[in-house]
Ligand binder design. Sequence first.
Ligand code: C2E
Ligand code: MG
Ligand code: MG
Ligand code: MG
Length: 292
Amino acid sequence: RAKQMGRNTYQWFSEQLNTEASYRVKLRNELQDAIDNERLTLYYQPLIDSRTGKARAVEALVRWNHPERGLVSPGDFLPLAEETGQIIALGQWVLEQACRDMLRLHKAGFKDCTVAVNVSPMQVRKAGFIGAVSDALEASGLPPEALELEIVESAVLYDADQVIRTLHDLRDLGVGIAIDDFGTGFSSLSYIKLLPANKIKIDRSFIRDVIQDRSDAAITQGVISMAHHLSLDVVAEGVETDAQAAFLRRNQCDLLQGFLFARPMPLNLLEEYMHTRGGYASSAADDQDSPD
Ligand code: C2E
Ligand code: MG
Ligand code: MG
Ligand code: MG
């Protein structure tokens, strides 16, 4: 049902995008209004430690609470925000809100939890990004070690030297760097050794058929092995079945993220989740795990 809603929303937006310029202006203005008037909201999806079954981190995922369309997914408005440059203000809001929310979670007793924030390539390349990150940390009082930034490989396609320098400076602050959607970009593997990342997130397109497809299984095993040899943590995205989780545990994938464990949820539900089922124990998955 959610999928269907997403598609309708997408259609609605793309129709507007493809028709007259006046509609684009309308949409742009609506988005600006959303940024200015806090009609954006953050959902959080837990990342599960594959050994303990407990949530060790959460990823912040932005939503637009649209007066007529309801909750709109980032795929439906981030492309426009990138085009118009609004991604900078939007991204800054996300960063500040995520730090504030995570401090609240720390105060509720979950001090070891980190928050991952997606940042667009444009944001990272923008002068002053390091200052923006440290401002968000200072304003909230969140320790830098509790913040991780997720960047896609393509962020280094342009101005690679500058981006890599920026990421080094962020690591020096204590902030973590995760490479998002790993394997889907066209960047060379040599960037892996240049990027000061501490984590790799295997894109969910490899996880989807990891049980049935030998190539996906081999690629996933290979990426986990490579990451560990580079002393990086590995996350599998889009884990939806017990069989996938069992495969990933068997292959020492460090963190699991996906609808099997939890869907993205608002902060109040996340707090409840952390209190009640901060850990996930699937006996089925554990059973499948043991034969190896
Ligand atoms: P991502 O960073 O790869 O985030 C994971 C996406 O996969 C999320 O979609 C999440 O809801 C979805 N997902 C998680 N588990 C499963 C699963 O088991 N199955 C399936 N089918 N999907 C799953 P969402 O929230 O729609 O976000 C889409 C993308 O939008 C994100 O992909 C990220 O690239 C971008 N994004 C989201 N929030 C922000 C933000 O604040 N700033 C920026 N720059 N980008 C963002
Ligand atoms: Mg991400
Ligand atoms: Mg991802
Ligand atoms: Mg992805």
